[in-house]
Design a protein around this ligand. Structure first.
Ligand SMILES: [Zn+2]
Length: 204
C-alpha cells in the first residue's frame, strides 16, 4: 500500500552547505558530474529513503522488486539545463522520493508538473497530486475489494488525480497488491510458508 513518508531524510550540514553554494539553481545542477557533494547528497538520500520507503515506490506502493529499479525522483520536476521547470527545488529534500520505473516513465508521471500554486517556500506550494511527505494518504485514497482484488478509490481531487497520473487502478496494480497481501496473510498462519511452497508446485 501507499504510505505517507516520515521522517524526511537528513543530509549532513557540511554537504548541504556546499550544495547551497550552487544557488541560485537555474537548471542542470543535479546532473553535474564529479562533484563529491552532489554524489554524497544523492547517496545519503537514497540510502535513507530505501529504509523509510521500505523498498517500495512512493507513488504506487509496490515493492521495487515488483516494478523495476529505483530512481531518485523529483516530485516537482526540475527539468534540465535547457528547459528548466522548478530547478530551485532540485535539492529540496521533501521534493525527492524513490519511485519505480513504471511510475516515473513518460507514459505516467514523466515531466508532469505537480505544482498547482507555486511559492518560493516549497512547504507553501500546493500540489495537484497526493504529496508523499505532506499529505495524510487516508484522506485521499480508500481501499476496497471485490473479493478477488484490492481496489483503490480516490476520495479527494488530489487522490483522483494521482490515480489518473499513475494508473493506480490498473489491473496490474490491483493484482500485485492482492498477491502481496495474500502472501503476507498466509505467512501468519502456522505452516503458511509450506502452503505457499505447495501452491507454487501445484499444477492445475
Ligand atoms: Zn511506482
Amino acid at each position: 500500500m501507499i504510505n505517507q513518508l516520515n521522517p524526511a531524510p537528513i543530509i549532513a550540514q557540511n554537504v548541504m552547505d556546499e550544495i547551497d553554494k550552487l544557488k541560485p539553481l537555474t537548471g542542470g545542477e543535479w546532473d553535474i558530474k564529479n562533484n563529491d557533494d552532489i554524489t554524497q547528497f544523492k547517496g545519503s538520500l537514497k540510502s535513507q529513503l530505501l529504509i523509510t520507503q521500505d523498498d517500495k515506490c512512493a507513488y504506487c506502493g509496490l515493492p521495487f522488486g515488483e516494478t523495476g529499479k529505483t530512481e531518485i525522483e523529483h516530485f516537482a520536476p526540475k527539468g534540465g539545463a535547457i528547459r528548466p521547470k522548478h530547478p530551485e527545488f532540485a535539492f529540496t529534500v521533501k521534493n525527492l522520493v524513490l519511485s519505480c520505473n513504471l511510475c516515473n516513465s513518460p507514459v505516467k508521471k514523466g515531466n508532469y508538473d505537480t505544482i498547482e500554486v507555486k511559492n518560493a517556500d516549497y512547504n507553501l506550494c500546493t500540489f495537484k497530486i497526493v504529496h508523499p511527505y505532506f499529505d495524510i494518504h487516508s484522506l485521499h485514497y480508500a481501499w476496497t475489494n471485490d473479493r478477488e482484488k484490492i481496489l483503490i478509490q480516490g476520495i479527494s481531487p488530489e487522490g483522483l488525480e494521482s490515480i489518473r497520473v499513475f494508473k493506480l487502478d490498473s489491473t496490474r496494480h490491483s493484482e500485485a497488491r492482492t498477491r502481496i497481501k495474500v502472501n503476507a496473510y498466509i505467512l501468519t498462519i502456522p505452516g503458511g510458508a509450506d502452503l505457499i511452497a505447495d501452491a507454487l508446485n501445484y499444477i492445475p
